[in-house]
Structures are given as C-alpha cells and as structure tokens.
Design a binder for this molecule. Structure first.
Ligand code: 5RP
Length: 229
C-alpha cells in the first residue's frame, strides 16, 4: 500500500484552500465546512478579513464556529438563512462526477444543510481523496439515539455493515446530540439510489453521501490545481 507523505498532503490541502478562497468576495455569506482541509481555508479567510474583506459566515460545527470567531469572522445563525453565496468544505472521497462521501469529522448534517443552501458549493481536497467509485471510506450516518437499533437494522437490509462510531471507549456524539454509524456498503455503484434509499429511513438524520450538492471540486495534486465541475 502506498504511504501518503503528510507534508505533501498538507501542502496540497493548503493549495486547494487558497485556490477556493479566491472565489470569495465582499458581501458574501460564506458557508464554512469542517476538517483539516477547510481549516486552511478558514485561516486564509481570517487573514483576508483582517485585510478588509467584508464577509459573514455560517459554520458547520462548533469547532469551525470557534475558529472562525477567533479570526474575526462574523458568524450567522445557520437556521435563519435562505441562501449562502459560497461554501468551502472538504471531503473524504469524491468522484469526477462530483459525488462525495463526507462526515469523517462528524459534521455531515450541518455540512449538508450548508451545501444545500449554497449557490456555489466548493469542495477542496488533496489528491488522495479522488476515487473511481465511492465506498472504500465508510458512509457516516447520523442517527437520533432512540432510533439507533432500528436504523442499524435498516442499514443491514440495504446490504450495509454499520459500526457505531466511538471515541476513547465512548460513543461519539455529534454537535446535534446524535450518534454516528459508519456503514460499509462496499464499492457503491449507484450513489444516488443508495442516497435515496437511506433518506427513506425514519430516525436517520443525515448520511454522508453528497449527490448533486457540489458546484466544483478543487483538487491539488503536487504543484497542480485541477478543477472538476
Ligand atoms: C467533516 C468532513 C470533512 O470535510 C472530511 O472528513 C474531510 O476532512 P479533512 O479535510 O480533515 O480530510 O466531512 O465532517
């Protein structure tokens, strides 16, 4: 198995982030994702705000909100917004047809709301995230706790194998007070169909398959920036 050079990967994340931030302009409401790649973008936005850029933002997680505020970026209540001008977020996997798996960082529900509200939903990644078919990375699924067993059973019926996400021996809790099941469906031939099937399950708040929500993916590979749209 090829090992990924962390320094190279971070350089690619930074390059993709810098390329995406160039699309942000004065007056924009900016949706901010969660994760290490997005953190590079938020820090760059913070620098541009200090230099006079006038933006407001909606955050996809408590940690993103705290980081943005610490950098002087004004945060709006996501629940009050009808539209976001531009969003910048990462992904765990993407295909050239702009289907994604997201939620490795557990922020998938708010990330999906932000992507759905965004006129221009930009995903930024290093080259390791590009795949021919989604599914080597398990699909994160946010579940209301009292529906845990029911949703697990429905995932099994769809051919998935779910594992309750845990951290330090305790079940992981999202910013919304829910659980995450990481579900292995093998390689996914039809992400739209699986997305639609998962959306039918009561008690399932959100899943990490993002289909038809992305405007473009900006991927950095070595010294190149490659845009998929
Ligand atoms: C968080 C996400 C992240 O965008 C995804 O996990 C990628 O993270 P990173 O940029 O750290 O590789 O979906 O819920």
């Amino acid at each position: 198995m090829a090992t990924i050079d962390q320094t190279q990967q971070d350089a690619e994340k930074l390059a993709a982030a810098l390329a995406a931030v160039k699309f942000v302009k004065d007056g924009d409401i900016v949706g901010l994702g969660t994760g290490s790649t997005t953190t590079f973008a938020i820090k760059e936005l913070g620098k541009r705000v200090k230099d006079g850029l006038k933006i407001t933002a909606a955050a996809s997680s408590i940690r993103t909100e705290e980081l943005a505020k610490s950098l002087g970026i004004g945060i709006l209540d996501l629940g009050t917004l009808s539209q976001i001008d531009i969003s910048i977020d990462g992904a765990d996997e993407f295909t050239e047809t702009l289907d994604l798996i997201k939620g490795g960082g557990g922020a998938l529900f708010r990330e999906k709301i932000i992507a759905s509200l965004s006129k221009n939903a930009i995903i930024i990644t290093d080259a390791s995230k590009k795949v021919k078919k989604l599914g080597a990375f398990t699909v994160p699924i946010e579940v209301i706790p009292l529906a845990y067993q029911y949703v697990s059973d429905q995932i099994n019926k769809l051919g998935g194998k779910g594992i309750l996400r845990s951290v330090g021996g305790k079940s992981y809790t999202t910013d919304n007070g829910n659980l995450i099941i990481d579900a292995d469906f093998g390689l996914i031939n039809d992400p739209a169909k699986l997305s639609s099937d998962l959306n039918q399950i009561n008690g399932l708040l959100a899943h990490g398959l993002f289909v038809n929500t992305t405007s473009k993916v900006i991927m950095s590979e070595g010294t190149d920036i490659i845009v998929f749209e």
